[in-house]
Design a protein around this ligand. Structure first.
Ligand code: GAP
Length: 476
């Protein structure tokens, strides 16, 4: 049974140190969240799993870590300055700010047809039901900043942006990576990092925030590659990867983005959706994007290239000093590689993982317990070492020594801040796969009890075999 709604996870996340509302001492900051001691471990484990899977386990992908603030021209030629907009609508009555493309409409409509429906007062504000809405206007979502100590606010030469996607840092480094690593197309470049979007309607906990983290990979192929098939292949790879993180397949679904909703760079995009809103009665409203896989053509490499020309032969980019084309030694042909881009969010993956891991179980006293059945590879803590009697120095000493001996091979903690029942419950709720209990008998037989989070079954294991035993079971 996954979490019944996001709110269940919000409360667990705060209570147990995964995610806190940001800037709480000043009343918070709309839709900003801070990751606590367990949240940072979970995020790191998701990112490490992804990096291992996409960079280490394949032979055709390199990693980079590019700057968050890039030359403004990157965003001019990528098309983000001109087109990275959300259509903004205001309710004149309750002053709620809305996204035109997310409004509930009386008939199916997009673009200027939505404006017509608003003008005809046929669209209601979801907050107060008023039909007095402003017409949609374009709002650029990139955060602006100014560079340099002397820069004044409106100096256009000092204008810069916080990146709204990590992808552009990859495109502008395509040739650097390809030459330095002596790569031949096809190959990919992966990056994990923060991105920033001034979202009109952020919300739903860590699902839509203005600062978030992406795991993106640009896979460069020949222009005549079977692009659409490659999109499907990456969709399949990712479905398997998400399932390997413990996400149930019936909570995953595909969405083929309709042509009129494609981003300016995309010829085809398939979104992998997760059931973030199981409580909603209408099934289609239960789903939200977890990640997208796009066929970006050669749009980005051509846009950033000094020699690329349009149909009339005019240079696309008079500012670029580099040509990002690729010379194929085998065919002696020069071309701009095409790109398949799987783009996933760290925070949305973490939320899906938490929701899917959530479960409840009743103990033999009839008390309800929360168990976070996280995949062991993602669990923030792998083993908790618990002394049965905290007033017995020999037991405490042995438990602390076991914790220290395990730490080099797996993340372990020592806890004696409650009775054993409470300690078990706390570890179950944060997803720790194993509790190791040191008792009076341990002093005699040099053995401890290993309790399984999901079954609550216990095994007696010799201290000398403990590290190997836990490592093997964590791999199961
Ligand atoms: N380079 C392509 C790109 O950025 P996107 O669909 O806009 O594509 C990719 O973003 C992923 O980044 C999304 O599927 C989502 O997981 C994550 N993401 C995007 N905007 C987000 C936001 N405001 N808050 C949290 N995650 C976000």
């Amino acid at each position: 049974m996954p979490a019944p709604n996001i709110d269940t996870i919000v409360s667990l996340a705060k209570r147990r140190g995964f995610v806190f509302p940001s800037s709480e001492v000043y009343g918070g900051l709309g839709s900003a969240w801070d990751y606590g001691p367990l949240g940072v471990e979970l995020c790191n484990n998701v990112k490490q799993e992804w990096w291992r899977w996409i960079v280490y386990e394949r032979d055709d992908i390199e990693g980079v870590d590019s700057s968050i603030i890039l030359n403004r021209l990157v965003w001019q030629y990528s098309g983000h300055e001109a087109t990275f907009h959300d259509p903004l609508v205001d309710c004149r009555d309750c002053k709620t700010r809305l996204r035109a493309d997310k409004l509930e409409l009386p008939v199916e409509a997009t673009g200027s047809d939505v404006a017509d429906l608003i003008r005809q007062k046929r669209v209601k504000c979801p907050n107060c039901e008023s039909t007095d809405l402003t017409e949609p206007r374009a709002f650029n979502m990139m955060f602006r900043t100014t560079l340099g100590a002397a820069a004044v606010e409106d100096d256009p030469t000092a204008l810069a942006y916080l990146r709204p996607e990590t992808a552009q840092g990859i495109f502008i480094n395509f040739l650097n990576v390809q030459t330095a690593m002596r790569r031949k197309v096809p190959f990919g470049i992966a990056q994990i990092g923060k991105s920033f979007r001034n979202e009109v309607t952020p919300g739903n906990f860590i699902l839509r925030t203005r600062e978030f983290e992406q795991m993106e990979m640009e896979y460069f192929v020949k222009p005549d590659a079977e692009h659409l098939k490659l999109v499907d292949e990456w969709v399949e790879h990712y479905l398997e990867w998400f399932k390997g993180l413990g996400i149930r397949s019936d909570n995953l679904q595909l969405h083929e983005v309709p042509p009129d909703e494609l981003a300016h760079y995309s010829k085809r995009t398939v979104d992998i959706m997760y059931r973030y809103f199981p409580e909603r009665p209408e099934e289609p409203r239960q789903w939200e994007e977890l990640m997208g896989i796009a066929y970006r053509t050669d749009f980005d490499l051509r846009s950033h290239s000094s020699k690329a020309v349009d149909e009339e032969g005019a240079r696309l980019n008079p500012d670029s000093t580099e040509d990002l084309s690729y010379f194929d030694e085998a065919t002696k042909q020069r071309f701009y590689p095409h790109v398949i881009e799987p783009a996933a969010g760290v925070n949305r993956t973490v939320l899906a993982v938490l929701m899917d891991a959530y479960s409840e179980k009743t103990n033999d006293k009839g008390e309800m317990r929360v168990i976070l059945k996280l995949s062991p590879k993602l669990a923030p803590i792998k083993a908790a070492i618990l002394p049965l009697a905290k007033n017995k120095p020999e037991i405490v000493g042995m438990a602390k020594a076991i914790k220290r001996s395990l730490q080099p091979v797996l993340r372990a903690v020592y806890d004696d801040t409650g009775g054993i029942g409470k300690l078990y419950a706390r570890q179950d709720e944060i997803g720790t796969p194993f509790c190791v209990t040191v008792d009076h008998q341990s002093l005699e037989d040099e053995a401890v009890t290993v309790r399984d989070r999901d079954t609550w079954e216990q095994d007696r294991i010799k201290v000398g075999d403990l590290a190997e035993h836990l490592q093997n079971r964590l791999k199961e």
